[in-house]
Every structure is written in structure tokens, then in C-alpha cells.
Write a protein that binds this ligand. Sequence first.
Ligand code: SF4
Length: 305
Amino acid sequence: MLEVSELSISFHRLDRHYRPIHTVAIHKLELSIEAGEILAVVGSSGSGKSLLAHAILGILPRNAQVTGTINFKGEKLTADRQQSLRGKDIALIPQSVQYLDPLMRVGDQVKQAVRRGDPAVLQQKAFNKYKLSDFVAKLFPFQLSGGMARKILVSTATVSGAQLLIADEPTPGLDPSSMRETLGRFKQLAEEGCAVMLITHDIEAALTIADRIAVLYAGTVVEIASRSDFTGDGERLRHPYTQALWRALPGNGFVPLPGAQPLPDALPTGCVFAPRCALATSECEQFPPESRTVRSGRVRCIHSA
Ligand code: SF4
């Protein structure tokens, strides 16, 4: 359904002395999602997760320079195609409920997203599916609880009949039961044939529903692994950063990873993880590692075997 290859996104801007700065926020990123699959894109804040979503939707800021290719259903996603597919075949569930129109009743907002079929019938169906009472349709966004607002966002994306759904950090602030319910909805959509990209910093939540996990670090995917690779001490994982993420979970030893992710305008010359990597050798500092297949997953680490 979606194939991203060699995607790089950079920005030109001026610093406070009006000197030009070129920042590479995403570099040589690759991933793919099949119909009916959930791919979680996991990474910490500043790793480039939302930029990736915005690049697929064609809603990057105007000073962004994009290279590489994004294919949707085997065909290149040009700016014209992005515009015609956005909100229809490709839908975003945004991070913030502020994306709802504050002046329109939420029922009308859901109806407005319908592209094929009877808007009233589909809105009602979505409300039934997500256990939203009829009166909610008449409310304005400011009258909704956090849980209701999220259900409205999911309803809006699903009534559009999208074949690719991008959910950008849909779970922060949700209590455990609402989180389970939200994630369960994505699972249901995937079972109905939708390709789902779940963007999150919460690897534990991702592992409850994702088929595969793409780990993003400093603007590039360092590993793509199956959910089943996240087991034991992390010995089946291929990249030291993914192993560190896994071992930092409370159930897996709570082992902290010293250091911080480099900023986009201060990336190391070689492997982006080298300054924090216990396995780094002088070779790792020469060139950024290419992505390669190791044990049916993808990894950017020259020493992974
Ligand atoms: S390439 Fe080297 S520095 Fe980078 S993750 Fe692998 S071992 Fe560590």
C-alpha cells in the first residue's frame, strides 16, 4: 500500500545572525506497509516521526526540500496525487484534538469527511461502532471529553473510507482502558483491510497491536523488526538502539541509555547512534551505515549479524 524509499527532508533557514543554515531532519528513510498491516513508527521526540507523516500527506512547510520517493498503491505520490488522496484514500488521525473545527457540530464534521455513501448513515454507523451517544453529534468540540474527542477524530478518519490511515501519537493522555479501546479500533481497521501507520513514542503500546515496528532515531529508520523479535533480553533485535529501548522498559530491567539523540544540525559523520553506542568501532564513525536485510528485518548497523 505504501512504500517510502530514500526519503530525505531538509530545511533552509536563517540563524539569528541571518546566516543560512541547512538542516537535514530526515535522511534516507525507508519503510513500507501492506494492506491489512499495522506498522508502528516508534521514536523519541525530535526523531522525525511527524515530519514523515506530513511528507506522506504533502503538508510539509513550504521551505522543506524533499528527495526520495513515496509510492502509494504502486504509483508515485506526486503533489497533485497527495492533494486528491488526502482525507480520502489517505487519512490522518492528528495528534491534537485542536484539528477539529471549533465552530462546527462534531456530527457535521464526521459527515463532511464522507466521500462515498450516505453521510448521515455512515456517521451514525461510526457513532454506534465507537459507542458515541446520538446527542454527541450536536455538540461542539469544546463540549467533548478527551475520550469523546479522540473517538470523533477516529470516526472522521474512518468514514472517509481511507485505505491508508496515519495515526500520529493517538494515545497520550488516555487512561489505560481508553488506550486499549483506541488501539483496538486500529486493529479492527487493519482487519478490515486498511494499512495503518501508528506513530508513537510508546513502544509498549505499539507492541500490543503492531505487526512490525520501525524504529526511528535522529531522522532515520535504524531497524524494522517484527513484533515477535521483541522478546527475552532483546537478543533477536538487530540494532543496539532498539535493544536499548527494549531494555529500558520497566518489565525488562529499566536500564537507562546514557546520552541524548543528536540534533538535526549536529549529526555525527558516521552512524547517528555512534556517540551512544557501546559497540561502536572506528569504522562506525566513517560513513552512515546503509540499510540492509538481517534475519528478515532491516537494520542500519555495520556490525549487526
Ligand atoms: S554501526 Fe556501529 S555505532 Fe552504529 S549502531 Fe552499529 S555498532 Fe553502534
